[in-house]
Design a protein around this ligand. Structure first.
Ligand code: NIG
Ligand code: FE
Length: 415
């Protein structure tokens, strides 16, 4: 199938130099082509340029032409941090928090992640695939073209493998690019409460070899936080994971300044995510690493957490990424348009910085920036066409509106 999109008001993030991530002056700018065309062939971006310079492609048969007059074309959002495989929902805890309980108090009562773990244990693989596919479809129509998905509501040998097998099925069933992350160290399950060391042994000695045997995970993640896993345990778990071919990631400094970023840098994490309590020490460590700091403004917004120092990280020369954290407890939304808006409104990132964070940098945070996250010849044709809007700043400005009109994944129109 061949698609030609013509008369594009502005083709956003068109960058033939194909950087793998952007920092410094480049994160502050968004390369765009006004009055542009984009050609797609065999699922890939085949060409693009200015309408004035277009020589035509009359030799193409079987061509779908889309007129994008007054509309923008952008690379699809990349969402490098989600927990979209889950059973049930947690609006009861949401109301409890409105009435004064904290996220941590709810967890200590056996709620939170443990609540989702109980529900997931009873759900079949089929039910989990079906509900996750609905969520994937929902975010796809909001412009997301690549998603990382974590386990971590299993917390036992059987249920963690069940979650990862569900993610493997989603990779086969969904047109989206999907990466799988093993998050067995998301919380200590109730039956291991007094013997965390035994739970870590289960993760490392039993679950990891089984994951490797079935090749179920690309990454391994740890929730490094008081009452969850310490920095030393984080290093231990992620060092073991690397031996099984899983690259490290960390949930770091979300609820306190606890050492997750330094642990992540120590093991060469691909990304450290959340970062509400990051300080100068963490920023200095990140500057000496290839680890990408990733903000999750949906979770900070939903839990009323302080804002991470996104501006300071960008001004220090770091390549910030943004993801949704879509999950039933701390961010029941996977809408990347909203995440981009929150970056601008709350974190004072410019629209250029926020869009870079949600495209090329988030692609980097999930190991996909060679094929996703920008417009360049040969890259995957995952793009969306907006409704008629004046410019890209209008996207975060109109927070809450759906401005995505047409989504193209692997060169196929999805809606
Ligand atoms: O990324 N912080 C830890 N994990 C998730 C929340 C999980 C949950 O509450 O279900 C997060 O915010
Ligand atoms: Fe998370």
């Amino acid at each position: 199938m061949r698609i030609l999109i013509k008369n594009i008001k502005s083709l956003i993030q068109a960058d033939e130099s194909s950087p793998l991530k952007v920092t410094g002056n480049r994160i502050k700018t968004l390369p765009c082509i006004a009055d542009a065309w984009l050609a797609i062939e065999n699922g890939k971006i085949a060409g693009y340029g200015k309408m004035d310079d277009w020589e035509g492609i009359s030799d193409w048969g079987n061509l779908t032409v889309i007129d994008a007059t007054d509309k923008l074309v952008m690379p699809c959002w990349c969402d490098s941090h989600t927990h979209i495989v889950y059973a049930g929902s947690r609006e009861g805890e949401f109301v409890d928090r409105i009435n004064g309980l904290t996220y941590e108090e709810i967890f200590k009562r056996g709620g939170g992640i443990l609540n989702s773990a109980k529900r997931l244990q009873d759900a079949s693989e089929e039910e989990l695939v079906e509900s996750a596919l609905k969520r994937l479809n929902e975010v796809m129509l909001q412009g997301t073209g690549a998603v990382e998905i974590k386990s971590g509501y299993g917390l036992s040998f059987e249920s963690e493998l069940k979650m990862l097998r569900v993610i493997k099925k989603l990779k086969a069933l969904s047109p989206l690019a999907i990466k799988a992350t093993f998050l067995g160290a998301h919380a200590v399950p109730a039956d291991y409460k007094e013997r965390k060391a035994d739970y870590i042994k289960l993760l490392v000695n039993e679950i990891m070899p089984a994951i490797a045997a079935e090749q179920l995970a690309d990454y391994c993640d740890v929730f490094c936080e008081q009452n969850y896993f310490t920095p030393a345990e984080t290093v231990e778990i992620l060092t073991a994971a690397k031996k099984y071919g899983m690259a490290p990631k960390v949930h770091a400094e979300q609820l306190s300044n606890y050492g997750g970023v330094l642990a992540g840098v120590e093991v060469g994490a691909v990304s450290v995510d959340h970062l509400e309590y990051v300080g100068d020490k963490e920023i200095e460590a990140l500057k000496k690493s290839d680890t990408i700091p990733t903000v999750l403004p949906g979770a900070a917004f939903f839990l009323s957490l302080p804002y991470p120092p996104a501006r300071r990280m960008i001004d220090a020369g770091l390549p910030v990424a943004v993801a949704s954290d879509y999950n039933p407890g701390s961010s029941p939304s996977g809408n990347m348009n909203l995440m981009v808006a929150l970056c601008c409104i709350q974190y004072k990132m410019t629209p250029e910085e926020a869009i870079n964070a949600a495209t090329i940098n988030s692609a980097y945070a999930m190991g996909l920036s060679e094929t996703h996250g920008s417009i360049a010849i040969g890259k995957q044709a995952n793009v969306f066409i907006t409704k008629e809007i004046p410019n890209y700043s209008f996207i975060p400005y109109s927070f809450g509106s759906n401005l995505v009109e047409t989504v193209i994944i692997n060169g196929k129109v999805m809606n």
